[in-house]
Design a protein around this ligand. Sequence first.
Ligand code: ADP
Ligand code: ZN
Length: 731
Amino acid sequence: MTPALARAALKKYFGYDDFRPQQLAIIEHVYAGNDGIVLMPTGGGKSMCFQIPAVTMKGTVVVVSPLISLMKDQVDGLRAVGIRAAYLNSSQRGSESHTVEQAYENGELHLLYVSPEKLLSNGFFSFLRRRRVCLFAIDEAHCISAWGHDFRPEYTMLKQLKLAFGEVPVLALTATADRLTRRDMAEQLGIPDAKQFIASFNRPNLSLEVRPGQKRREQIVRFIRERPDQAGIVYCLSRKQTESLADKLREAGYNAEAYHAGLTADRRATVQSDFINDKTLIVCATIAFGMGIDKSNVRWVIHYTMPKNLENYYQEIGRAGRDGSKSDTLLFYSYNDYTTLKDMISGGGNSEIQLAKLDRMKEYAESLACRRRILLNYFSEDHSDDCGNCDVCANPPERFDGTVLAQKALSAVARLRQSVGQNMAIDVLRGSSRQEVLKNGYDRVKTYGAGRDMSSYDWNQYFGQLISLGYLYVAHEDYNKLRLAPAARRVLFNGETVELVKFQTIKERKQQEEDKTAKRAAAPRSRGSLFEVLREVRRALAKEAAIPPYLIFSDKTLEEMAAAAPRTELALSRISGVGEVKLARFGAHFLQAIRSYGDEKPSASAGQSEKETRKEREGDIRTPTHLVTYQQYIGGASVRDIARARGLQTTTTYSHLAKAYGEGHDLEIEDLLPGQVIDWIDEAVRSVPESEGRKGVLAYIATHYQEGVVTYHHLDLVEAYRTRHPLPTAS
Ligand code: ADP
Ligand code: ZN
């Protein structure tokens, strides 16, 4: 078993060209017969670490997983790529498990998934001994540790495994970062010295955003409107919240369902399976939802309220974008949510640690620095660059002198005798004539109406800042009334200035969202795009095969396919995610769809040159012809193939590529420029007088270097190359 063999299997079965960081090292470690601990974030690609050994090593890989509901999907997914996998758990009928046992005994299985109960049931070890087990993979291995957040008593029996099968390597896999849990895990499994493989927790494809928790429902509706046809999860704190939000979203015309532990098991299974199969796009759920879901095309996750700690938060947003394609996450935060959680936690045991973790969560939500840096630093990864994919990076905070604003707020609190909460203070500042304001005579307070010029939304944000900056605090023990901290006196009486961060107003945010929506509408995912067409094909094939659509091809693969629009089987096979079996089974359907899409839209078709010039005359606004060439080229077609298929001269085809490259499209342009052609052309261009034109340049190369090698299309390519890699100007 060699790295080359592993790589070949990766391409053959999964259609991927390269391993992700750590994957190959782990696989080689297993090949050498060693135990290992694998720590990777959700969606990081843990499964590959035992799936590749399964198809390259002699014997069967036994995967122990506590998530019975996932097994079927996992096995379906493997079968779809031609891997022989099966599972055994308590949900099966006897005849079914008998067939699986038979297959194992006949040595027909690459992988066998089992629940811990099944593994430890009577006689199962001796059953396994009838054939050869080449690896035990323990998925969700943190469940073995009482330290972890998901402790499962039945997992502790897994100790027996290493005692009974000392010679078979054990690979423990988890996404739980906690160091103590990890150490305990290794000890419990009897592999205390196993090498640990720790992958980065960074998930750059997930955008991070935190918004103040006001008008959440309206904000959610707008968020969803910007993302038509995308699947997502809204995490809520209570059952009631899940139901009322789902109602509201349905009223707004979206296909949403609630999910929580109070529903019947049947109902929960239906909601889950409709979500997996893209029948229900939106699920409003308590955190119970998601554990049993491997759906790779969840495109967004919203937290209606803040989770208790960053571990939970990271795990929950991690359910988005497992396929590596761009996905969005949004967290609503308000100080009130924080105090609610604080009260909930304070009652329980272990509350000191939990409270400290909650505070870290709050710091994250209130942060004015790159959120990803905070998150990764929390998971002990040092990231010193801003990510560019979070709201703080997108809108770096702008500071301003907030002294007057702070004075108004603090003096309102003082004049209200520190006996009201934030909402009342804001109502008074805004001069509300709400009955409770009048009844208490707050309209006679001097600051009444002093803050009319600002919305309560904005006031809320600034109060939040004044609290974080230590000018105010909240008396939890006394109905969350606002109190002045000592620092407030300095502002009110000693002329201390206060620097605040300008927050976006609702209006600014709305404008921004509208701009975004407009941009999205023009993006490849919009209606009628090739991506949409391919998604329809996927949906139909999934239905026919009775498996979830994402198991046919991931969103990421479809995106690449739509961009490259491959027209031959060879070109299709070069798309990441298209392995041999899927190519044979589904390839023709997708190629057919791409071809007929192209024929309907002449710009993407294999037209003749004549047709092309006509189109250019008519000012075709669809994909420009040089970009069609470009897309086919990066889709894997050769220049000759493209020229033939599109009825172009090869020189024209090259100049299309040169043009695309010059415009900034990615291309390995050096591949098209053999040897020293770039140097030769540079030299010739420098030496030949402009009046001699391109012909002169070619003649120069023919006499000074080599004849018959460089032609006009090389000149185009080098010219494009030099627009992006200019020669240093002679000094
Ligand atoms: P985990 O088990 O860590 O949550 P998975 O093993 O389910 O993650 O992998 C997540 C996704 O990443 C899957 O869609 C998988 O096909 C994909 N993937 C895994 N390894 C690679 C790779 N080397 N190249 C491209 N995609 C990969
Ligand atoms: Zn950032």
